[in-house]
Design a protein around this ligand. Structure first.
Ligand SMILES: *Cc1c(COP(=O)(O)O)cnc(C)c1O
Length: 345
């Protein structure tokens, strides 16, 4: 695989914007008259670090990925959009993705006018690498894989993902937004083995910081350089960078949340399984699960009337009559169970 041949020609040619703070690297500067900032209102008046170096050092320690292999964006959604803008020529190139999966891959394809080719998982929501590879042609630049998958909750078979990574001559994205809730070794540790992999992680799930909008992409140096070339110069604001460092300094708190959520998951699943409305619970490696019920639309509406919101996936391929339910606090899970026990069709 030659990275240069995968990148859109205009991106290869691009001269990126040069930030004022990038151009100087003198150590002893103390008068900053280069960026048209207001000298007053200290702490908020200066542009933030465009490459978020302090934060990346902290993330590198926690994630076991070198800082130069990290891109940070305004949510994973920024990374997803940048992948299209870097690799996919509108109306010429296409991408292949598992289905069902996270909706943003397709929305971003549509926004960027790139053909999106969904390939159904099997009945157990497992991946057949050959089927995915058959959907590719000479214009397929990216394959989207999500494991543990959303909305199905399960890890995909590792060997099938590895087969895609070794066979496909383009970019393979493995979205591991939920890997903290799973037992398998995450693919972010395999960057050296797969030059074509981009692994996505987020602060929005296990790290409980959806509000600050911070997503991570892990990839080779060369791929990270392309992200940095195309991103907005100050794409992660100072408040987000500071809050993220703060949460990274509380690993015990995150571990405690994780352990409560996985314990709750272990109690909630069998309890839901015993309800008369439950037809099937799919195995989960995430902080949510997919359940097939007798009448998803009606049960969804019933729960809304009780102030409880779950995700109705009834109209998603292979998810007929399925609800996706996030594991909440013990109290929230109790409230959900007692509401569902009182449901009458
Ligand atoms: C929630 C989620 C994300 C997180 O997106 P952010 O923009 O970082 O909040 C990414 N991928 C999947 C599959 C998700 O479910």
């Amino acid at each position: 695989m030659k990275l240069q041949e995968l990148v859109r020609p205009n991106i290869l040619r691009l001269t990126p914007y040069s930030c004022a703070r990038n151009e100087f690297n003198g150590m002893n500067a103390h008068v900053f008259l280069d960026a048209n900032e207001n000298p007053y209102n200290a702490n908020l008046n200066r542009y933030p670090d465009p490459l978020q170096e302090d934060l990346k050092k902290e993330i590198a320690k926690v994630k076991g990925v070198p800082a130069e292999n990290i891109f940070l964006g305004n949510g994973s959604d920024e990374a997803i959009d940048l992948i299209y803008r870097i690799f996919c020529e509108p109306r010429v190139d296409n991408v292949v993705a598992i289905a069902p999966t996270y909706g943003m891959y397709e929305v971003c394809a549509d926004i960027n006018d790139v053909e999106y080719r969904p390939v159904l998982l099997d009945e157990d929501f497992q991946l057949d690498a050959d089927k995915l590879l058959e959907a590719c042609d000479a214009h397929t630049k990216v394959i989207w894989i999500c494991s543990p998958n959303n909305p199905t909750g399960n890890l995909l078979e590792r060997q099938q993902i590895e087969k895609v990574l070794t066979t496909f001559q383009g970019i393979v994205v493995v979205d591991e937004a939920y890997s903290d809730f799973a037992q398998e070794r995450p693919f972010r540790y395999e960057l050296a083995n797969y030059p074509n992999i981009i692994v996505l992680n987020t602060f929005s799930k296990a790290w409980a910081c959806a509000a600050i909008r911070l997503g991570m992409a892990f990839a080779s140096n060369d791929i990270i350089s392309l992200f940095n070339k195309v991103k907005y110069p100050y794409n992660v604001n100072l408040l987000t960078q500071e809050k993220a460092i703060e949460i990274l300094h509380s690993p015990a708190k995150i571990q405690q949340w994780l352990s409560i959520i996985t314990t709750e998951r272990a109690h909630l699943l069998p309890a839901i399984g015993e309800l008369p409305i439950c037809q099937h619970i799919y195995p989960t490696d995430s902080n949510f699960f997919l359940v097939r019920v007798t009448d998803a639309d009606d049960i969804y509406r019933y729960l809304v009337e009780r102030g409880i919101i779950v995700r109705n996936r009834n109209r998603v391929a292979l998810c007929g009559n399925c609800l996706r339910i996030t594991v909440g606090t013990p109290q929230e899970n109790c409230e959900l169970l007692s509401a569902l026990r009182q449901y009458k069709s």
